[in-house]
Design a protein around this ligand. Structure first.
Ligand code: SF4
Length: 377
C-alpha cells in the first residue's frame, strides 16, 4: 500500500495549503448587452493556512461561502482575486497541462455520493479511470492496486463489477473516498461528506477518514455545518459568515472560548448529551442578508446583539486577538482604534449609505428587467 503514499511533498514546509485574501464574486448580468450590474460576493477576501497532515474544519450557515471556498481552492472554478498556494505552487498560475499533472495531489469528496458517481460504470472502473489516465501505477499492477485501495476503504474486491445503485449511501461514500485515495492525494477537500448519511454511517465514514489520514499523512479541508462532527475531526476551525472568515483557531480553543458573537451563537446550539445540562442558546434574529448587497461595516451587524455604532459603518479587521486565535470584531479594538473610528464615523456613514443605495438601485433594475423578460417569454 506504500504506492498510495505520496512522496512528492517537501517535508520541511509546515503548511501545505496557504490562502491569501481569496475573493470569488459571481457577476449579476442584466440588459441587452448583459452588462454587470452587481456581484454575488460568495467569498470576500479570506486568508488561512493548513498544516501538513492536519484537518481544518470550515463551518457556517448555508450560503456563507464554504463550498465555494473549497471548489476555488482546487481551481474547479476561477477566482476573482487573491492567491492559493499548494505545496509552494501558486495554483492559479499553472497552465492547463501543469494543472492536469498536479490534479492527483488535490482531490475532493462531494456531499452527495450518488450523483457524484457515474451510474453507467462499475465500481472498479469508477475508482480506476483516473488511475489509468494519470499513470499512477504500471498497467501490470493496476488490478492489484485497485483491489488494495478498495480494501483500505472497507470495500471487498468483488464489489468491483457492481454498479453504484446496488450500494447504500455509506458504501457509495466509501467508493468516492476510494476514488480520491487511488490517486495518491496529499490534500482532500471534504465538502459535507457525511451530511447525506445516517448518524451511525456518519461515524464510520469519519473514522475511515481519520484512519486514512493517519496512515497516509493526508491533509483535509473539512466543510460541514455539523459542529459536533467538525469538533471531532478537526485540528483547526474557521468560521465563515457571508463570505468572510470571522474567526479561526485551534479546535479546542475555539470550542471552549469562542470570541466572535456569531461563533458564540452557532456553538450555543450544539446539543449536549446531558439531560441536566441547562443550555443557554443564543437565538440569531433575522435571516442571513443577501451576499449581492451585504450590510456595510461588519456584515453581521444586522443580527448581532452586541452591535455598536462603529460596527454599522466600519469593517472590522481580521486579526490575531490571542496567540493563534484570529477574529474580526470591533469588540477587540484597541482604545486608539476606537477613537480613530469615532472621528471618521460621519464620513464613513455617508459613504456606506450612498454605496448601499446605489447597489440596491442596480439590483432592483436588474430584477425588474428579469421579470419583464420572463413575462415576454
Ligand atoms: Fe457584533 Fe460589532 Fe463584532 Fe460585528 S463587529 S460581530 S456587529 S460586535
Amino acid at each position: 500500500m506504500d504506492e498510495i503514499k505520496n512522496t512528492t511533498a517537501t517535508e520541511n514546509d509546515e503548511y501545505l495549503v496557504e490562502v491569501n485574501n481569496l475573493v470569488k464574486w459571481f457577476p449579476i448580468k442584466a440588459g441587452f448587452f448583459k452588462h454587470t450590474v452587481g456581484n454575488v460576493r460568495a467569498v470576500d477576501g479570506i486568508s488561512f493556512k493548513i498544516k501538513r497532515g492536519t484537518t481544518m474544519g470550515l463551518v457556517g450557515e448555508s450560503g456563507c461561502g464554504k463550498s465555494t471556498t473549497g471548489r476555488t481552492l482546487l481551481r474547479l472554478q476561477g477566482k476573482t482575486s487573491g492567491e492559493v498556494t499548494f505545496d509552494g505552487i501558486d495554483i492559479f498560475s499553472l497552465s492547463k497541462e501543469e494543472l492536469r499533472k498536479i490534479r492527483p495531489r488535490i482531490q475532493i469528496i462531494f456531499q452527495d455520493p450518488y450523483s457524484s458517481l457515474s451510474p453507467r460504470l462499475p465500481v472498479g472502473e469508477i475508482i480506476g479511470e483516473a488511475v489509468r489516465e494519470h499513470n499512477i501505477v504500471p498497467s501490470s499492477e493496476y488490478d492489484e492496486y485497485i483491489t488494495r485501495v478498495m480494501e483500505v476503504c472497507g470495500l471487498p474486491a468483488y464489489y468491483k463489477s457492481r454498479y453504484p445503485h446496488e450500494f447504500s449511501g455509506g458504501q457509495r461514500q466509501r467508493i468516492c473516498i476510494a476514488r480520491a485515495l487511488a490517486l495518491s492525494p496529499e490534500f482532500i477537500v471534504c465538502d459535507e461528506p457525511v451530511s447525506a448519511l445516517d448518524v451511525s454511517i456518519q461515524a464510520q465514514i469519519i473514522n475511515l477518514l481519520r484512519d486514512l489520514q493517519k496512515q497516509f499523512g493526508l491533509t483535509y479541508l473539512f466543510i460541514s455545518h455539523d459542529l459536533s462532527v467538525v469538533e471531532h475531526i478537526s485540528d483547526t476551525v474557521g468560521v465563515m459568515y457571508l463570505g468572510d472568515m470571522v474567526e479561526f483557531s485551534e479546535t479546542e480553543k475555539i470550542y471552549s472560548d469562542p470570541l466572535h458573537p456569531y461563533t458564540k451563537a452557532l456553538f450555543s446550539a450544539i446539543p449536549i448529551p446531558d439531560p441536566d445540562y441547562q443550555m443557554n442558546r443564543i437565538i440569531l434574529e433575522g435571516s442571513i442578508p443577501s451576499p449581492a448587497n451585504p450590510p456595510s461595516g461588519c456584515k453581521f451587524h444586522t443580527r448581532c446583539s452586541e452591535c455598536m455604532e462603529t460596527c454599522k459603518y466600519v469593517t472590522p479587521k481580521y486579526r490575531e486577538v490571542r496567540p493563534g486565535h484570529f477574529c474580526a470584531c470591533h469588540l477587540y479594538n484597541s482604545e486608539e482604534e476606537n477613537r480613530e473610528y469615532a472621528g471618521q464615523l460621519d464620513e464613513l456613514k455617508a459613504k456606506a449609505e450612498a454605496e448601499a443605495a446605489t447597489n440596491a438601485k442596480k439590483l432592483k433594475s436588474a430584477s425588474k428587467e428579469k421579470a419583464m423578460k420572463s413575462l415576454n417569454d
